[in-house]
Design a protein around this ligand. Structure first.
Ligand SMILES: C[S@@+](CC[C@H](N)C(=O)[O-])C[C@H]1O[C@@H](n2cnc3c(N)ncnc32)[C@H](O)[C@@H]1O
Length: 220
């Protein structure tokens, strides 16, 4: 029996200390090759202007830019501290001409309809106050034919995998945050029920060992 969801935050990751710790964790994951970059490339997201929702310190989007040609990226992030770190990281990659971070809430995106060739997001879904609204916004801002890839943790992850994941997470000060994220994450059946209420129609979430992923395309 899976325990009920416990809301973690509806305001994103705020505060200098938490943001610095999160950056250290993701930088180490990047260095170990543990980011979801391949998932995004395998979803066919390889060209044009993409939107990343909740980029945090930005490594995933920056790796995507590094692995694609003539692409550009906007990152929509609710936390100003995260934006500062993502901008610093973009400079470190030498990619600042191809990326722009914008402060805003995924529930009400400040972009016109049909703007992006693709949308991707990892690890942010469990923090959204209303995922149906965000899925509708993703559909609205995508161009016809635009692709999306949404991934996150899964609350019903195998306990052994959960234990292993916590053990390898560093710095260790971030481990309580990982537990609260796991407790706030969705299961595949919960997410499929949410998807059925949204404009992202005809897709289902798939589970993998660490989490879940939704990939699809807006009708052309
Ligand atoms: C757990 S972090 C994941 C960061 C990054 N995508 C990654 O894979 O490491 C979630 C990020 O989503 C942001 N976020 C949460 N809710 C948001 C919202 N409603 N709109 C925009 N960003 C949001 C948080 O501030 C945080 O930076």
């Amino acid at each position: 029996m899976v325990k009920s969801r416990v809301v973690e935050t509806e305001e994103g990751i705020q505060g200098e200390f938490d943001v610095q710790q999160y950056d250290q964790m993701m930088r180490r994951m990047r260095d170990k090759g543990w980011l979801e970059t391949k998932e995004i490339l395998n979803a066919g997201i390889v060209q044009g202007l993409a939107l990343e929702v909740g980029p945090g310190p930005g490594y995933l989007g920056l790796e995507w830019l590094k692995n694609t040609q003539e692409t550009s990226l906007k990152g929509l992030e609710i936390s100003p501290e995260m934006i500062s770190i993502a901008e610093r990281n973009a400079r470190e990659y030498g990619l600042e001409p191809r990326v722009q971070y914008v402060k805003g809430d995924a529930l009400e995106m400040l972009f016109d309809d049909d703007t992006f060739d693709a949308v991707f997001t990892n690890g942010s879904l469990h923090e959204w106050a209303n995922p149906v609204k965000v899925f509708d916004e993703i559909h609205r801002v995508l161009k016809p034919g635009g692709k999306y890839c949404i991934s996150d943790l899964r609350r019903d992850m195998n306990p052994l995998v959960k234990w292993f994941m916590k053990a390898v997470t560093k710095p260790k000060e971030i481990r309580p945050g990982l537990t609260s994220s796991l407790n706030a994450a969705y299961t595949v059946p919960e997410l499929n029920a949410i998807l059925r209420e949204s404009r992202l129609q005809g897709v289902t979430a798939k589970q993998n060992i660490m989490g879940l992923v939704i990939t699809g395309q807006k009708a052309g």
